[in-house]
Design a protein around this ligand. Structure first.
Ligand code: 1GP
Length: 246
């Protein structure tokens, strides 16, 4: 466990930073990953997130090694389960699925990996992970057997985020789920600005326009997964945007 909060400080330092999410179950070919890395370096992407709901340990370790060996872009684990941990990453989002009521994703998986993670030289980032209904059933909702917060229930989402911060979470992640039809409502983000913790938003983001809206509403890190898996060259469109941070 690293004592200094290098990545957390970087999260807090700017709005509109970009993370590319790599799900090793879907993206595990070395040549494709190298192309993605090169595009990400050209576009000055801020982070790679790595993880998934149903990824195997083999694919997770293979992809994390390819990334570690080929880029200096910070590598952050977005774990789907207890075995998705590695010292090759710079940090891990230590997720508690606080929109759900499944103890396995609130504490169970954490206990399973606690000893190993404690010994690792990696930054631990306690994160309140809040699933919002994205208009379709997401794999994370299915795998975690939890119900996302309805997208018109801004009050519940806000109270959940507040409770998370009061419990000591240092980051709030609003996720509409990978491949969401509808992205996280801007209103929800505005309501949690007062908490003064970095905000991550993801799920279904495909447009520069949406990214700009999030940036202007105070989102620190905007996550893109599916859309980039389907179109690696979209990363290059993020170059100018990245130069324009507020
Ligand atoms: C999902 O927030 C991420 O957990 C990213 O979603 O794959 O839809 O971009 P997408």
């Amino acid at each position: 466990m690293k004592s200094q909060n290098k990545i957390l400080k970087k999260f807090s330092s700017q709005k509109g930073q970009i993370a590319i999410l790599i799900d090793p179950e879907k993206s595990n070919k070395e040549d494709t990953l190298i192309r993605l890395i090169r595009n990400a370096e050209i576009a000055e992407i801020d982070y790679f997130f790595i993880g998934g709901s149903t990824v195997t340990k083999y694919d997770f370790e293979k992809v994390i090694s390819i990334l570690k060996n080929n880029t200096n872009i910070p590598l952050i684990i977005f774990p789907g389960s207890a075995y998705q941990i590695s010292e090759k990453a710079d940090a891990i989002l230590y997720l508690s699925l606080i929109s759900g009521r499944n103890p396995e994703y609130l504490i169970g998986q954490h206990v399973n990996s606690a000893n190993e993670l404690f010994e690792m030289d990696i930054e631990i980032m306690p994160t309140g992970y809040i699933l919002i209904d994205g208009g379709n059933k997401s794999s994370v909702a299915y795998v975690s057997q939890t119900t996302p917060i309805p997208r018109d229930q801004t009050n519940i989402a806000t109270k959940t985020a507040i409770a998370g911060v009061l419990q000591g979470k240092q980051i709030i992640y609003f996720d509409a789920g990978s491949g969401a039809k509808k992205t996280i409502p801007i209103e929800m983000i505005k309501n949690i600005q007062k908490l003064n913790v970095p905000i991550i938003v993801g799920g279904g983001i495909k447009k520069i326009e949406t990214i700009n809206e999030y940036k202007n509403s105070g989102v620190n890190v905007i996550v893109l997964g599916n859309h980039i898996e389907n179109n690696i060259d979209f990363v290059l469109d993020l170059k100018n945007l990245n130069k324009n941070k507020i």
